[in-house]
Write a protein that binds this ligand. Structure first.
Ligand code: FEO
Length: 388
């Protein structure tokens, strides 16, 4: 794609349509963009490289943008290999270029690629500046958003923030996502960055006084126009706030009886006036969509079977995804099924013990094999409480 960001800033990233799992975990049916940019001024800076297997395509785009000139700097904002795999190719092709990166980034470059460019480096820290001519780049350190070495880069001339992975989303650049930015950006955020809410909040604070016209992430579309939607969502997500009022029922089922309980509860919630009820069968839906739904909404029902005297494996995995990402500030209800000795609720409650500001509902539900009048009455009471 030939994208001109401003008069001096060009897009030279690539689309990966062959990838199945991003970072070996995340399903990306619409591909993945590895974004890279070049700033053409008296001096020329290239912003990050691209993933393995795309070096020739990327260098071809860079050559076209350079139109015979040579770059002075390679800014390495993030060393994860989807952006750093072509550092060596770049440095060989442009032997006069200097790498600008954080101290920690050079350590990671050495760890991944066996050399640290000691003689061709410029170490940047918070507020360091790089003068290109009309453009002055200012570096913002963003440790643990979502790796320790990350820096972001602000161009005060065109008011562009190069945001490393922040504000990124799944999907190739040439994929016009009918769901807009937020759906796959949210799945990306909670999957990859979600654990680091405090660090994202610190970054947003640093950026609060900065005038922004464009955000150039390393993944997904270039964000322009009214940026408040993106910034507000990032603030809500990283602050573990509730984005959407509603109840998520996350369930697992073995013979369909726990599904029946989940669906009955959903029906009762709607009858009690809950406008948004999301029902996810954890074994049959994308786990990271389920994680995203849990963090998006204010109320979560965990509805599962007792298995090996504890919590059903897929539910266990789901709760681990939540707790390791700092799940907090939510209302949680527990629905357990167990034909002879239900134990799942106890196990789920124990798993959530370390989470901050979790309010468990007064009502809970015990299903003994299949729904009865008694367990239906418990689900009725739970629906009423959740609807309040
Ligand atoms: Fe896009 Fe964290 O690499």
């Amino acid at each position: 794609m030939d994208i001109k960001i401003t008069n001096d800033i060009r897009y030279i990233g690539v689309d990966d349509h062959k990838i199945d799992l991003f970072e070996g975990l995340y399903d990306v049916p619409n591909g993945m963009a590895y974004n890279s940019y070049v700033i053409l001024d008296e001096k020329i800076a290239v912003m990050d490289t691209v993933g393995d297997g795309f070096g020739d395509e990327w260098l071809g785009k860079l050559d076209a943008a350079l139109a015979g000139r040579r770059p002075d700097y390679l800014v390495v904002q993030h060393v994860e290999p989807d952006h750093s795999a072509n550092i060596a190719a770049f440095m060989e092709r442009f032997p006069d270029a200097t790498i600008c990166a954080s101290q920690q980034a050079f350590k990671l470059i050495a760890a991944f690629y066996g050399r640290d460019y000691a003689d061709r480096r410029m170490v940047v820290a918070q507020d360091a500046k790089l003068e290109l001519g009309r453009h002055t780049l200012t570096f913002f350190t963003a440790p643990m958003v979502h790796w320790p070495e990350v820096v972001m880069t602000y161009d005060s001339a065109d008011k562009v923030l190069f945001s490393a992975d922040a504000f990124g989303k799944f999907g190739a650049q040439d994929y016009d996502d009918p769901e807009g930015w937020s759906c796959e950006a949210r799945r990306y955020y909670f999957g990859i960055v979600g654990k680091f809410g405090a660090q994202v909040q610190a970054l947003l604070k640093k950026l609060s006084g900065v005038e922004l016209k464009t955000i150039c992430s390393l993944h997904g579309p270039i964000l322009t126009g009214d940026l408040s939607e993106y910034l507000t969502l990032y603030n809500t997500w990283s602050g573990y706030g509730v984005e959407t009022e509603g109840v998520v029922i996350a369930y697992t089922t073995v013979y369909g009886h726990t599904r029946e309980a989940a669906e009955y509860l959903a029906e009762q919630l709607r009858k009690n006036g809950v406008k948004r009820v999301v029902v996810n069968d954890l074994a049959r839906t994308d786990m990271y969509e389920d994680v995203e739904d849990a963090f998006r909404h204010g109320k979560l029902v965990l509805c599962t079977t007792t298995y090996n005297g504890g919590v059903f494996p897929v539910m266990r995995e789901f709760i681990e995804h939540l707790t390791e990402r700092g799940y907090q500030n939510r209302t949680v209800a527990l629905v357990e099924n167990g034909a002879w000795a239900p134990m799942a609720a106890k196990g789920m409650r124990a798993m959530l013990e370390g989470c901050k500001d979790i309010t468990f509902t007064n009502a809970s539900v015990k299903v003994l094999a299949s729904l009865t009048d008694e367990s239906r009455a418990q689900l009725d009471a739970l629906a009423k409480e959740l609807a309040e």
